[in-house]
Design a protein around this ligand. Sequence first.
Ligand code: ATP
Length: 239
Amino acid sequence: MSDILLDVRGLEAGYGASRVLFGIDLQVAAGSVTALLGANGAGKTTTLRALCGLIRRQGHVTLAGQRIDGMATEEIVRLGVAHVPDGRGTFTGLTTEENLRMGACTRRDRAGVREDFERFYEYFPRLKERRQQQAGLLSGGEQQMLAIARALMLRPRLLLMDEPSFGLAPKVVQDIFRIMRRVREEQKVAILLVEQNASLALELADTAYLLETGRIALAGPAASVRSNEAVRAAYLGGA
Ligand code: ATP
C-alpha cells in the first residue's frame, strides 16, 4: 500500500451558521489520483476550500504527517499544496507568462523554474503560442490549462483540482485529461480531483469517494466505485 500523503479525519466546515460538511474522512496516497464525486451542492468545492484553509474548518488533517488544519492558506501552500479553483482563478490582467511566474513566486531554484517553464510549455503548446497574451483573452480551455500549469509551477506535492472540465467542449476536456494523465505519470504529484464528469474522473483516478450532502456515502478503488449500481444509475447515466 502506498504512503498516505493527505489524511483527513472528521472534517467539518460551512458558511456562517450553515453547515456543509459533517465529518469527512478521506485519504490521498502520494502520487495517486483521488476523485471526489457527488451531485451539485454536495460539498465538493467546500471540501477543497476547507483543506487549503480558505474557510473555517474543524477536524484533523495531516499532510505527510504534519497537522495542517489550523494553518493559514499561505503556510499550506508553502508545504506544497496547490489549488486550481473552480472558475480557474487566473490573473486575467496578466499575460500567460506572468501568470506562470506568479505560480513560481515561492520558489528560489531559478534553474528549476526555467526548466519548468519549458516543460509546461511542452505539455501545453497552446500556452507557449500565447505566452505574451493577456490571460483574460484566452479561451476557456486555455485558461484551464493555464490554471493547471500555474499550479504545477509551485512544484506541489498535492494538487487540489476543482472541476477542470467545467464549461469546456468535449475535445478540450479530452485534451486536459490526457495532459493530467501525463502530469500524474511524470510529476510526483498527487491529485484530489473534484469532477462532475464522473466517468472521466473514474478513468483517471485510483481511488474515489462519493459525497452526499456533506457526508462520504461510498469510498473505494475507482474500479469498484465505477461498477457500483447506485453510482452507475446516478452518475454514469446507467452506462
Ligand atoms: P457544485 O458542483 O454545485 O459546485 P459542490 O458539491 O461543489 O457542488 P459546494 O459548492 O461545496 O458544492 O456547496 C455546498 C453547499 O454550500 C451548497 O448548499 C451551497 O449553496 C453552499 N455554499 C457554497 N458556497 C457558499 C458560500 N460562499 N456561502 C454560503 N453558502 C455556500
